[in-house]
Design a protein around this ligand. Structure first.
Ligand SMILES: [Zn+2]
Ligand SMILES: [Zn+2]
Length: 627
């Protein structure tokens, strides 16, 4: 009957509907065969079913004794080779699998040490070895094998390049190594030991270990993801089907005594629930192989337990255009979603530098802050986009916050760009304006009032330089960890705020010296309203909460690049960037090291003044932090 089904399909697509009917009939027959078939039930009972099935399968696989005795088997790793690949190292090692047998593994370790990283067990299929999931250039010398291994799309290398720890061993053997063991049991056990090895590494975040494989490797990913509860996310490519289908046209190494009576593949996949599971099947898989319509049927069954456990979104079938290969973008996207810590993007848009070597040095300012954010806030991805307002505004689509530092309206320019940014603000994107960017002219001031709650209004605000002393700071996430400080800069003040300061929280307030108020009337020098406020406090940095929940921040200082060397001021700005991006500000603020001379001088444009050797930068940094 099944053979006739295949022939029918090859004859004509017209028969497809009848084929499905036959397929479903075959399906119905199998249901009675499975004593542990998963059927819908409450979440707690679903968990009990998983425990029960895992125990039964471990016994059938003849690995239950190994599982019980695992703590008595040391890994005893022995490094055989190590190759530096720049951003990561490839190591080949030997570890104990059982007490009597050692296995060879490949491990890639990111060069950047620091916070623990996610890890993935990479698994090849028939004909593969431990090198197969990696880029041919990196590990395989043999051209024929390299060609055969292309189906893996070098997914191990792709993950290593993205900073994952990866591990691989060979599971394609068909001989049984140890007496009284089972082929599938030994394959699964070796992979379990790979997870043990990952768990022994300080650079691995044990709560973020995934597994992925293709074909027999996809099958082993199913087994590992289902049986080993340490696996946090599973990608099983080129395998999802039914056992009935696997009875034809396939190597029978998947089968062992008692398996079919107990479960079908859908049930083994159901053991991964509610953990994230992605199955991949290619449209070009022939009907005799891992045929998409059959995968869809099996996936319908797997969905049941995910629904019961309240996580229907955690299981998906990726149907791609190709055949029996890894869909690399889907694999990477899936692990990014489930194993990487979600990062929020903060985009800096600096305008052109305009006041000598270290004044209005917006690019240097933004690059310094972005670099410090990236090095110190793991949940932030800061990006600096140079060259003016982006030609394609779509580049800003992923931003959680946008920071603008420029002269006047030197960055946005025509109203259409202001409208584009307004659309982003309305979607909740946080916005900050620094220094002269706060003064884009009255016609655009209305946007700043909407986005950040205040702006520099000519003939109302003024721009003197003075020593601002911030004696007390309000309680606000932006001031976390910041001590009162004073710093000399061009602090514009008497800003135009929203009526009654609605939504505006002053962050930095100081009393300017009276003589700064005495300039003659003009767009930047003075006016009667400013003169009438002798001795009064002025707000030079503020936070804004928009009625729709979006956030804004304004800071009038930042004329000179050197103010960013001041630890308290820099912390306040970094806190503000996080806050507008809705990234939780640490209890003690974004604590960062005082920048070095090299860091401070990096990206400054134009010629260094003759009277400013690096030593003077060093002194400036020191003096900034002495006050
Ligand atoms: Zn086989
Ligand atoms: Zn300035």
């Amino acid at each position: 009957m099944v053979h006739s089904r295949i022939v029918l399909c090859m004859l004509s697509a017209v028969f497809l509907s009848s084929v499905t009917a036959i397929g479903q009939a075959g399906y119905a027959l199998r249901e009675d065969d499975r004593t542990m078939r998963y059927t819908s039930r409450p979440a707690e009972q679903a968990r009990a079913w998983q425990r029960d099935v895992r125990a039964k399968l471990a016994a059938l696989l003849r690995i239950d004794d190994l599982l019980q005795n695992k703590s008595n088997i040391p890994l005893s790793p022995k490094k055989l080779s190590s190759v530096d690949k720049g951003s990561y190292t490839v190591e080949e090692l030997e570890i104990n699998s059982t007490g009597n047998r050692r296995i060879r593994i490949i491990v890639t370790l990111p060069a950047a040490q620091g916070k623990p990283m996610p890890a993935v067990v990479c698994i090849g299929g028939h004909g593969s070895d431990l090198y197969s999931p990696y880029d041919e250039e990196i590990v395989s010398k043999d051209a024929t094998k390299a060609q055969a291994d292309r189906i893996y799309r070098g997914f191990g290398t792709a993950l290593a390049n993205k900073g994952y720890v990866t591990i691989s061993t060979t599971v394609s053997q068909h001989e049984i190594y140890e007496k009284d063991r089972l082929l599938m049991g030994e394959r699964l056990w070796d992979l379990t030991r790979c997870v043990d090895y990952l768990g022994s590494l300080a650079c691995v975040d044990r709560s973020r270990i995934g597994c992925a494989g293709l074909s027999l490797g996809g099958e082993m990913a199913m087994w590992l993801g289902g049986m080993d509860e340490r696996i946090a996310a599973t990608v099983s490519a080129g395998f999802l089907t039914t056992m009935e289908h696997m009875e034809q046209n396939h190597c029978m190494c998947w089968k062992f005594d008692g398996l079919r009576e107990l479960v079908d593949f859908a049930d083994i996949y159901s053991l991964t629930a509610p953990g994230p599971l992605q199955c991949q099947n290619g449209m070009k898989e022939p009907v005799s192989q891992f045929y998409v319509p059959l995968a869809r049927e099996a996936m319908e069954e797997v969905r049941t337990i995910y629904r019961d456990m309240g996580k229907p979104e955690n299981v998906l079938l990726d149907v791609h255009e190709e055949g029996h290969v890894i869909d690399l973008p889907a694999l990477l996207g899936f692990f990014a979603q489930h194993l990487e810590i979600a990062k929020k993007e903060i985009v800096f848009l600096p305008g052109r530098q305009s006041h000598g070597w270290s004044g209005h040095a917006y690019t240097a300012d933004c690059k310094l802050l972005a670099q410090i954010l990236n090095e110190n806030v793991p949940t932030v991805e800061a990006v600096v986009i140079e060259g003016g307002w982006p030609k394609d505004v779509k580049i800003l689509d992923g931003a959680a916050a946008i920071v603008i530092a420029c002269d006047g309206n030197g960055l946005l320019g025509p109203e259409s760009n202001w409208q584009a940014l307004d659309r982003l603000a309305r979607k909740g994107v946080g916005i900050a304006f620094l220094h002269y960017a706060l003064d884009p002219g009255k016609e655009y001031g209305k946007y700043l009032l909407d986005w950040i709650g205040g702006y520099y209004e000519q003939f109302w605000s003024i721009n003197p330089s003075w020593l601002a002393e911030f004696k007390s700071l309000p309680r606000h996430p932006i001031t976390r960890g910041v001590q009162s400080f004073k710093v000399e800069d061009e602090w514009y003040y008497h800003m135009r705020f929203r009526e009654d300061m609605k939504g505006v929280t002053p962050i930095l307030t100081a009393v300017p010296p009276d003589d700064t108020r005495k300039g003659p009337d003009g767009p930047h020098s003075g006016n009667a309203a400013v003169r009438a406020r002798m001795g009064m406090g002025e707000h030079v940095a503020w936070a804004f909460e928009r009625p729709d929940g979006g956030r804004g921040f304004g800071c009038t200082g930042g004329h000179t690049h050197w103010v960013y060397a001041k630890n308290d001021f820099r912390m306040l700005l970094l806190n503000a960037m996080c806050w507008i991006a809705k990234v939780e500000v640490p209890t003690n603020g974004v604590l960062t090291k005082t920048p070095t001379v090299e860091q401070m001088e990096a990206n400054l444009e134009g010629d260094r003044p003759q009277d400013w050797p690096p030593e003077r930068t060093r002194q400036t940094i020191e003096e900034m932090n002495r006050q």
